[in-house]
Design a protein around this ligand. Sequence first.
Ligand SMILES: *Cc1c(COP(=O)(O)O)cnc(C)c1O
Length: 393
Amino acid sequence: MTDKLAWIDEELKNLRETGFYNLIRTINSPQGPSLIVDGKKVLNFCSNNYLGLADHPRLVEAASDAMKKFGIGPGAVRSIAGTMSLHIELEKRMAAFKRVESAITFQSGFTANGAAIPALVTKEDAIFSDELNHASIIDGSRLSGAKIYRFAHADPADLERVVKEAEGTYRRGLMITDGVFSMDGDYAPLDKLVEVSERYGLMTMVDDAHGEGVMGEGGRGIVDHFKLHGKVDIEVGTFSKAFGVVGGVVAGNGKIVEWLRQRGRPFLFSSAATVPDVAACLAAVDLLEESTELVDRLWANARFFQQEIRALGFDTGLTQTPITPVMLGDVQLAREFSRQLFDEGIFAMALGFPTVPVGKARIRVMISAAHSQDDLEQALDAFDRVGRRLGVK
Ligand SMILES: *Cc1c(COP(=O)(O)O)cnc(C)c1O
């Protein structure tokens, strides 16, 4: 009898042969500036832990206190019996923090997109999407059944071109863009995209997963950065990056948020976030509202690292944020570079096709407020040594 799963062996073999098989490293330490990775202590330049909150004592304490009071599991989906006072408090605090009407939380940023997009548009409608938007936007868009039009990356004129092309063929239109793009570290020209969208009556949505806790005043995100409160209908965010926990949020227009409580499918059909997660998120909001110190340190670290790595002769591409691509071009070179950095005690990921275009392979260095000056200098020295050894500079 033939093995009905033999095709998986074939596919996996294919992945291994073409170099696309993901080798997953195991971390055996808290998510701090350094990590124990596969048993080796290395400085961590891979995480989205922008503010160092993932192991922050205030978050740990808040989670543990809340568990003593409320236990762990929510016991149900939000719309049945899973909405606890903690969830409501977090939603109120997020709306206030982001200076918008209302907010609703989800289990992750990924599910927030899966909830929001199909609730706003269906098969009679159109989505105008930046060509480099995140996978969760792409999946949420497909799930909606709306016709998807891609516009050239961060290009308001091209948005206008595709909107004109589609005019008259759809009922409702929705413009969606990432806030900060995680591969290059550049951000959307949101003011201009919103201007075009307003002209054509489009609903507007930005997924600010990498801008939350990073951009705007005290980390209030890209809408705050551009002072577009009330002009962007919804801002999707995540608690898994700068906030150091896990979870998703949609903040913005109150009517849309109310609609998502009725029609956001992961809100209705997937259990609520757990007590320790929500309590830790609340502690993260407290920290961000108390002081801009962590956000300021993140940017100071990023400015220092980017200035010094450029002075060493490396190209940091398009970045405008703490995400620092070190452009190498060839994917094999980038992988070897990352391997040698690891041997030198620096953990930084190589990215190649299909994650980034062919010939644009890079090492992506994720800077955090948790890095000390000494950590950054160690990384710069390692880049310098490996760069020389590999003849990159
Ligand atoms: C990371 C990311 C997500 C997913 O967020 P999770 O909370 O980890 O599910 C969604 N959108 C963008 C743009 C992201 O970068």
